[in-house]
Design a protein around this ligand. Structure first.
Ligand code: PBG
Length: 327
């Protein structure tokens, strides 16, 4: 063994922060980040979400402020979720022009203008009294085609309230095509669709159901969301169908437990790929950090870098504003 052995020394490029920064293969950018925001009708003060420390249900005023802060930090986009004061079986507030989500879309758009992309989650679960993502049949199944009509109407209401992009998340078959046709007919041919194309029936959504007050009153979403153990081909098929129906960008959700799916989707399509770092991913890191078991700030960055490295162009994360400030 010569004195020079080993000749190959990968550690040479890791020696200083400047070297590591220069050779980094994955760079997060504030514009890649999309901040989900919850706005609740009829509350005077923001309400903390117990299972998501640091996340609140916003008032009309506080959501404007949060949007302003995100814009100032350089965040790429916002996605709004509405929680109405009154829910019913068909989720009437979801496409009411005066419904909380439409009101908030108008407020937020007036606040931030074009400085970031304002979008809306297009679904029914926050608006129905039974907590399901669609219209139910008498036997309690989600009626796919009756739900499509509702989604189409909701998307038009959101676009006319200023949503610059709509994001259907209900996993009904044909939802992208139905929404595309309705937007085009209503004069919103330029409003893009970010489709939650690959969405698993995941326990990682647990805290979201507190935040959006949308836990199903009975049953679950496993007849429409994908089985975590389902074949990978199912994810690719969902993507192809959504693209054929006119999706402009596609999403994989959750993120961290599905990095392999993100990579496969990234390799398969030309459109932007988004990944949603969901409520449970957020809650796990915050909870472990609160116990002093992990380094919160490093873990947040590491989790986002992993999602980006897997192939996501866009990342929905509840830490968007904080991280954008840090970048
Ligand atoms: C449905 C929707 C859900 C999430 C985003 N959109 C809940 C569900 O499908 O049950 C979950 C987001 C998260 O967990 O952070 N409107």
């Amino acid at each position: 063994m010569s004195a020079q052995y080993p000749v190959a020394r990968p550690r040479r490029l890791r020696r200083t922060p400047a070297l590591r920064r220069m050779v980094a293969g994955t760079r997060l950018h504030a514009a890649d980040l999309i901040l989900p925001l919850f706005v609740k009708e009829g509350i005077a003060e923001p309400q903390p979400v117990a299972s998501m420390p640091g996340v609140v249900q916003h008032t009309r005023d506080s959501v404007r402020k949060a949007a302003h802060e995100a814009a100032e930090a350089g965040v790429g986009g916002l996605i709004l979720f509405g929680i109405p004061a009154v829910k019913d079986a068909r989720g009437s507030a979801a496409d009411d022009p005066d419904g909380i989500l439409q009101v908030a879309l108008r407020d937020v758009s007036a606040e931030v203008g074009d400085s970031l992309v304002v979008m809306a989650d297009t679904c029914l679960d926050e608006f129905t009294d039974h907590g399901h993502c669609g219209i139910l049949t008498p036997s309690g199944d989600v009626d796919n085609d009756a739900t499509l009509e509702r989604y189409a109407s909701i998307a038009v209401a959101q676009a006319s309230a200023g949503s610059q992009m709509v994001a259907p998340s209900g996993m009904m078959d044909g939802q992208v095509g139905a929404i595309r046709a309705a937007l085009d007919d209503a004069g919103y041919g330029n409003t893009p669709i970010l489709s939650y194309a690959v969405k698993y029936a995941s326990a990682f959504y647990g805290p979201f159901r507190d935040a959006a007050e949308c836990a199903p009153q009975f049953g679950d979403r496993s007849t429409h969301q994908q089985d975590p153990a389902g074949p990978l081909g199912e994810a690719l098929r969902e993507i192809r169908l959504d693209l054929a129906e006119g999706a402009d960008a596609v999403m994989v959700k959750p993120a961290m437990a599905y990095l392999d799916v993100i990579t496969r989707v990234r390799d398969e399509v030309e459109v932007p790929v988004a990944a949603y770092q969901v409520s449970g991913e957020y809650a796990m890191i915050e909870a472990a950090a609160a116990n002093g078991w992990v380094d919160r700030d490093r873990l947040i960055m590491e989790s986002l870098v992993a999602i980006k490295r897997a192939g996501a162009d866009l990342i929905l994360t509840y830490w968007a504003t904080e991280v954008a400030r840090r970048l």
